[in-house]
Design a protein around this ligand. Structure first.
Ligand code: SAH
Ligand code: SF4
Length: 335
């Protein structure tokens, strides 16, 4: 709930500052139970307890990787489970959160796709993942060393209202207090929703999963793109209202012998050359049911070298491969 929702949830005869107290207690002090919110009179707490629930998802399992990555399987109030990943790194920690239980987008290289979509998450469940992981790892004291990526399970742009609401809650200086610059959303390229995202006053940075250099290959790997064409996607990217400090990110999953040739790299440059952007290459993280192989490091390096001549280009190091926490590996109950 945002502050305006809390005002609605409280009895109308209460003064407005009670909603603000509740809001501060939940998002600033990270209270996880109404009982802890002692700034509110007991009577109000009892009344609230009959209609509302203050709480976080609960832990089903936590997997620890040898590289420090932690994958959390969290249980939601209806018993469904969702995955959240913490990637600690030198001077910053990144939390990768989910936006849906499963995913309706049927990308052929992604294990989450094998689950299909069970449901979208509420804004509370999206924020709840961040607060849970922050609490478990003592993270939110310094919001400047903390990044959020909406790159877990699900397609965030198919749950845009809740993703935006969660972003407003996470960035509100009265509450969690993160900077918008530290939150990034990744999409498979739902074109009308990219336009809608661009109109939002408070919004995460935008990353787009390109994953192929031609329309044909993209349609083969990401069937949803039969509807959302590459040419139109590039138009939407050109028209996207970047903020002064912002660049677009393009992600490209490299599949051995499929989309990883030098010619592909040159076509990527051709597609993106005129955009204010950077490229993140991800060598395929393999998994059961995924019919592709990981390219050799030399191939990845050669692909990067071609792009780098024109566009900043990085290789995303896989995190938590041994616990199925890396990109495209989130599919609960595998251990
Ligand atoms: N649904 C969103 C965000 C989650 S996926 C999206 O697709 O953008 C996050 C990133 O992981 C995407 O760039 C996706 O292309 C990549 N990915 C999916 N499966 C992968 C795999 N098996 N290996 C490496 N990257 C993968
Ligand atoms: Fe969904 Fe992203 Fe996986 Fe595609 S890559 S199936 S959009 S989570």
């Amino acid at each position: 709930m945002e502050l305006s929702d809390l005002r609605q949830a409280l009895p109308p005869d209460l003064p407005a500052f009670r909603a603000a107290q509740l809001y501060h207690a939940i998002y600033r002090d990270k209270a996880t139970d109404l009982v802890q919110i002692t700034t509110l009179p007991a009577k109000i707490r009892t009344e609230l307890a009959s209609t509302t629930e203050v709480g976080l998802p609960t832990l089903q399992t936590r997997y620890e990787s040898t590289d420090g990555t932690r994958r959390y399987l969290l249980t939601l109030h209806d018993g469904r489970t969702v995955e959240t990943v913490l990637m600690p790194e030198g001077d910053r920690d990144t939390v990768c959160i989910s936006s849906q239980v499963g995913c309706p987008v049927d990308c052929k290289f992604c294990m989450t796709a094998l689950m299909g979509l069970e449901r979208s998450l509420t804004a509370g469940e999206i924020v709840g993942q961040v607060l849970y992981i922050a609490r478990d790892n003592n993270l939110l004291q310094d919001t400047k060393r903390f990044n959020i990526v909406m790159m877990g399970m699900g397609e965030p742009l198919l749950n845009l209202p809740n993703v935006l609401k969660a972003t407003r809650i996470l960035t509100d200086p009265e509450g969690v207090g993160m900077s918008e610059r530290r939150i990034t959303l990744s999409t498979s390229g739902i074109i009308p929703k990219i336009e809608e995202l661009g109109q939002a006053e408070v919004r995460p940075k935008l990353a787009i999963s390109l994953n192929a250099s031609t329309e044909e290959m993209r349609q083969e790997l990401m069937p949803i793109t039969r509807k959302w064409h590459l040419k139109d996607l590039m138009e939407a990217c050109k028209a996207y209202p970047l903020r002064p400090w912002e660049k677009l990110t393009f992600e490209y999953v490299l599949l051995h012998g499929v989309n990883d040739t030098d010619a592909d790299a040159r076509r990527v440059v051709g597609l993106l050359g005129n955009l204010n952007c950077k490229v993140n290459l991800i060598a395929l993280n393999p998994g059961p049911g995924i019919p592709y192989e990981t390219p050799l490091p030399e191939r990845v390096a050669s692909f990067q070298a071609i792009i780098k001549r024109s566009i900043p280009c990085f290789i995303r190091r896989p995190r938590g491969l041994d616990i199925y926490a890396a990109c495209g590996q989130l599919k609960r109950n595998l251990s």
